[in-house]
Design a protein around this ligand. Structure first.
Ligand code: ZN
Ligand code: ZN
Length: 368
């Protein structure tokens, strides 16, 4: 058995050494989990450029932390100050920290510690490492997506006039947990009729009605990994305008998936879908980005949107989720979670393979 967490820490240690700091203090909880395997609401990792890393957590997680291999344990209540005291005692002069996961107040407290090392922002180094997933991660994401699709498909017969958005959301969440999800990846969205025009609508007591389009955005969490899928279904025969925006969004979504290949610029992938929607006059009705990375967080790097920078690579899972939202009328969003794949030669250039689709529920418009 290879120690995936140890291999990830070695990659980070190289980056720490290259930055010219003695150690890094990792306080982002998903990053700590990625590097140690510990899922905790209070944990930190003190990782020297060379030598054994220290995993800090409080007594509630001492048992779970003890199961993490290759780490020295530190059981404390206030982790960051304890880590800085350790850095002082070991003579470390420059300590990188995660500015994105520390409050101004916490940072100020660290600088008042006697003999505190210089605190240098690490940047989103771990988030960058997390973008490309290993086999074990893709397996967990696949499982999360399988549960999501199975639960969604099992729920379809329950979508009937008179059921409320909240009822459907609760049934779907229950179904995901029954099918093996440890939890839901995020609050389920059920947006029916005119509510479909609100991209992140919270389910209400509105009863579903004939001729509604219903947008359902849901995902299961499985051993820390998040699935994310949206389907829009029709209750009874759809009107012409509903069919028109459904076909447009479906076409744009296919174009976005086709553009999601290794080496592709994230803004370019966004444009591949967005340009089609704009060309039909609905550019103003698609206000959000095309998609985002998924993994230990439901929204993580890379973010694919207008004005974003960065490139996709082999083994990067992302969502592709264009939508058209017509205020007062309704909306359509179609979202898949997929893994960007290189061709069989494994290289990032040349023959890119088709993306590996993890959410397999049909994208034909389901008329219920
Ligand atoms: Zn979603
Ligand atoms: Zn999403």
């Amino acid at each position: 058995v290879t120690d995936v967490h140890g291999a990830r820490r070695i990659a980070l240690q190289r980056a720490i050494a290259a930055k010219g700091v003695d150690a890094a203090l990792i306080t982002s909880l998903p990053n700590v989990r990625y590097l140690s395997g510990l899922a905790s609401s209070n944990a930190a990792l003190l990782l020297p450029a060379e030598g054994q890393p220290i995993l800090a957590t409080d007594s509630r997680y001492a048992g779970a932390a003890g199961d993490c291999t290759g780490l020295e344990l530190m059981i404390e209540r206030e982790l960051a100050p304890a880590a800085v005291h350790t850095a002082v005692s070991r003579g470390w002069r420059r300590l990188a920290f995660e500015a994105q996961a520390m409050t101004v107040e916490q940072h100020a407290a660290l600088t008042t510690i006697d003999g505190a090392p210089d605190l240098v922002p690490l940047g989103r180094v771990v988030e960058q490492l997390r973008m490309v997933k290993d086999d074990s991660e893709i397996e967990l994401l696949t499982r999360a997506c399988d549960i999501t699709c199975a639960a969604f498909e099992a729920l379809l017969p329950a979508i009937k006039p008179g059921r409320t958005e909240r009822e459907i959301a609760v049934l779907l969440e229950r179904c995901m947990v029954d099918m093996g999800a440890e939890a839901v990846a995020f609050e389920t969205i059920v947006a029916s009729g005119p509510n479909g025009a609100i991209p992140h609508h919270s389910p209400t007591d509105r009863p579903l009605a004939p001729r509604d389009l219903i947008t359902i955005d849901c995902g299961a969490r499985y051993r820390g990994y998040h699935a994310d899928m949206t389907r829009t279904v029709a209750l009874g025969q759809p009107a012409a305008w509903q069919l028109e925006i459904y076909e447009l969004v479906a076409t744009a979504q296919r174009a976005g998936i086709a553009a999601a290949i290794p080496g592709a610029d994230v803004a370019g992938v966004d444009a591949a879908a967005r340009d089609l929607i704009e060309a039909e006059g609905y550019g103003g009705n698609f206000g959000h980005g095309l998609g985002h990375g998924v993994g230990l967080e439901v929204h993580e790097a890379p973010i694919m949107g207008y004005g974003r920078t960065g490139k996709l690579a082999d083994r990067v899972p992302v969502t592709v989720e264009p939508g058209v939202y017509l205020p007062g009328q309704g909306g359509v969003r179609i979202e898949d979670t997929l893994v960007v794949r290189a061709g069989s030669d494994g290289k990032d250039t040349g023959a890119a393979g088709p993306a590996q689709l993890l959410t397999t529920t049909t994208k034909e418009l389901l008329v219920l």
